[in-house]
Design a protein around this ligand. Structure first.
Ligand code: BGC
Length: 721
């Protein structure tokens, strides 16, 4: 885009309010085509002649703004008239909001004004062209959005009339960081009616939408000017049944709407909330006048095609799978976030790495990850460190094993799922540099020792008072060092690069690892040794894992061990035990949260304890997708749909379903780039009956026996053991 527009900012103090920029003009020549290009230092919403331009929510999206700022292009031909008014409101968004509390970079961003860059390119029917770009002919004023902040919410005054409108001021905004939209758009995806309104023991009026979502509430109300709708957001109710917001920490997550006369609707424009419940703090005519029809929850997330489906005879397991899907919807809002509600909502690398494979099966997430990984590449420091959050909004980069390894794991999972080497091409340098970083940073050659790590974050074997499971930091870090190196080698082979140096490094790490760690002390240590194939005898290590699980009676793993736990068991013959963990309903287990009414995946195994208490108010998100990584085992082991490394992207497939007697039936479908793959099993006449559909050549493995088949539908039977 060759801009003729200038960066503009408001001419007056904004205080808390968001500026609105306005341009009016008229044309009498017939229009052929009109395109609007826009970006902002914040988030913006544009209206042309009173109609919203496009459907992108929270545009221009979140990128590493120091290097990359997306602009959007909209076809506005249909919205044009003879007399035209274009308005653009700019909120703080990620650019100038509270989201950066610690990093120097983010603090610097907030020194910028609420800048706008917009250019309308008009092509008339006589082929002549005119451009209307932001400049001093645009007016600036305070808008009716009196406050908008990602953590704190939005205040809108429908009666507000600005005292003054002044010509906008040109300033020296960013030019060389501008890029065209790269990720999928974030749009409104679903509307959910209020399920019920009830009164809590404390006397609060609360609306339940029946599902935890990320987005906002649309209100429709008849009111007199000046009456107020005030809403608070919450994920859960406390033990006594009262509205609970402590776990949002400093995020106010408020929604205040000051009404005009008559019937009106409003939904926040420039922020989002993570919630299932809203409390009605004020309402025209009193809070008891509020009716379910006054409220609709709107689900907002990155636009991705749904590709994975799961159903079984177990309703709790089905709900768990749905919770995984909702976890992804709630946390794929332009960047993969840890959670959508409290004062974080950040692109934590550990969480993203853990969930990447599941995410790619549930939805087509190639474009989503491509954009975010490009931010990682530009955020990577000279020495190769990628830090722990991307965009690096919170902390100045500091490394942690299993977090930084998102640099290798995410591109690899995207490649394996979709088969397109472009992601490896784009990220290879970043992947390689991450491994080089470890090599330069460690205090012991061929292991990663030293440094501070999150370890097996939230592992149940954490010493009291700590968030970190008791698996050894150096053990985890060294295991991931090996794994990341192995992925650099694989990626190098795909791209035809010489990776002999990394092959030698890998062998040296593996040898050093085996010498340094002859003994595994925790479930997670066993899991990593087995899953990364670092143990000299994986069968024996898996046996040790199985024994530990039986001894402990349940899983003890945190962020690092949990995603691979069932795989480590089932890969070495302990599938029954893996199912036992999967189907367990008592604490701690995946289904425990489901029995407690969860509609998304919890951050903690015991977010709500058996006695109804919260485990803590500080770190207790009810929408953290990490443990939802278990869905990958449902696709690839329970239904058995596995990608083949030699034919990535499911160009060829291995389908090895593993039924379990405790389930009557199970059904999975995954829409690969080569077509839909289906795998199901059910009990029929005392046998397992398998129905399998493959769009490509496949090896189907039934009860240990391999069948080579072409594309088609197949039925098999095996004994129930
Ligand atoms: C986030 C995590 C993240 C962690 C780092 C938390 O506050 O919510 O999910 O990975 O910090 O250990």
């Amino acid at each position: 885009m060759d801009w003729t527009a200038k960066w503009i900012k408001p001419a007056m103090e904004m205080e808390e309010a968001c500026p609105v920029f306005t341009k009016e003009w008229s044309t009498d020549k017939p229009i052929k085509e009109a395109k609007l290009f826009v970006t902002a230092l914040g988030v913006y919403e544009a209206e042309l002649n009173g109609k919203r331009v496009g459907d992108f929510i929270m545009a221009p999206g979140w990128t590493e703004y120091f290097e990359r700022l997306q602009y959007q292009e909209y076809d506005v031909t249909e919205l044009l008239q003879e007399q035209n008014v274009l308005t653009v409101t700019v909120g703080r968004g990620w650019y100038r909001g509270r989201i950066g509390t610690i990093s120097r970079k983010q603090k610097k961003l907030r020194e910028n004004p609420p800048g706008l860059l917009a250019e309308l390119v008009l092509v008339y029917q006589d082929e002549s062209e005119e451009r209307i770009g932001t400049d001093t002919s645009w007016q600036s004023a305070q808008s009716r959005v009196r406050l908008s902040e990602i953590y704190d919410g939005e205040t809108y005054d429908a009666c507000y009339e600005p005292e003054e409108a002044l010509p906008a001021v040109i300033f020296d905004g960013p030019w060389n960081t501008l890029i065209a939209q790269q990720g999928p758009k974030v749009i409104e995806q679903e509307r959910i009616a209020a399920a019920r309104i009830f009164t809590t023991p404390k006397g609060e009026t609360v609306v339940d939408f029946g599902q935890e979502i990320t987005g906002y509430v649309e209100i429709t109300v008849r009111a007199n000017a000046g009456e107020i709708v005030e809403l608070s957001h919450a994920e859960v109710m406390d033990k006594e049944g009262n509205f609970y917001t402590e776990n949002y920490r400093s995020a106010k997550a408020k929604y205040i709407y000051i009404c005009r006369d008559g019937v009106q609707s409003y939904k926040p424009k420039l922020t989002f909330y993570g919630f299932r419940y809203i409390r009605i703090d004020q309402f025209p005519g009193g809070v008891t006048a509020a009716k379910p029809l006054n409220f609709t929850a709107i689900v907002v997330h990155s636009d991705m095609k749904r590709t994975g489906y799961f159903r079984s005879s177990n309703p709790l397991l089905n709900r768990l799978f749905d919770n995984v899907i909702w976890g992804q919807k709630g946390n794929f809002l332009d960047v993969p976030t840890d959670c959508p509600q409290r004062d974080e909502r950040l692109g934590w690398l550990g969480d993203a790495q853990v969930f990447a494979k599941t995410a790619c099966l549930n939805y087509d997430a190639e474009q989503f990850f491509t954009k975010w990984l490009a931010d990682m590449a530009v955020d990577q420091s000279e020495d190769g460190n990628v830090g722990i959050i991307i965009p690096a909004a919170w902390y100045d980069p500091k490394p942690s094993a299993a977090w930084g390894d998102a640099a290798t794991i995410c591109p690899w999972e995207v490649y394996m799922t979709y088969g397109n080497p472009a992601i490896l091409q784009a990220q290879f340098v970043c992947m390689r540099k991450w491994v080089d970083f470890i090599t330069g940073y460690t205090t012991t050659p061929y292991l990663w020792t030293g440094g501070e790590h999150y370890g097996d974050w939230l592992g149940l074997d954490a010493p009291s008072g700590s968030y970190k499971g008791s698996s050894r930091d150096d053990f985890i870090a060294s295991a991931f060092y090996a794994y990341s190196t192995s992925l650099v080698i694989k990626a190098g082979h795909v791209l035809g690069k010489d990776v002999s140096e990394y092959e030698a490094l890998y062998e040296a790490i593996k040898k050093a690892f085996q010498e340094a760690y002859p003994v595994y002390e925790t479930q997670t240590e066993c899991v990593l040794a087995v899953h990364f194939r670092l143990a000299p005898d994986c069968q024996a290590a898996a046996k040790q894992l199985a024994e530990m699980v039986k001894r402990d009676g349940h899983l003890m793993t945190g962020f690092v061990g949990t995603p691979y736990l069932l795989h480590a068991l089932s890969d070495f013959g302990y599938t029954e035990l893996a199912y036992e963990l999967l189907l367990r309903e008592e604490y701690p287990s995946w289904l425990y949260s489901v029995t407690k009414g969860a509609t998304t995946i919890w951050e903690h195994w015991d977010g709500i304890m058996e006695n109804g208490d919260f485990w803590s108010s500080n770190m207790n998100s009810f929408n953290h997708y990490a443990y939802g990584a278990v869905a990958d085992w449902l696709y690839t082991v329970a239904a058995g749909i596995k990608p083949v490394e030699e034919a990535p992207g499911y160009a060829k497939v291995r389908i090895a379903p593993t039924p379990d007697k405790r389930l009557g039936w199970l059904k999975v479908s995954f829409e690969s780039r080569h077509g839909v793959i289906r795998s199901s099993w059910t009990k029929a006449d005392g046998l397992w009956k398998y129905e399998i559909e493959t769009p490509v050549e496949a090896v189907i493995v039934i009860a240990g026996k391999e069948h080579r088949v072409n594309a088609g539908r197949y039925t098999f039977y095996s004994e129930i053991k």
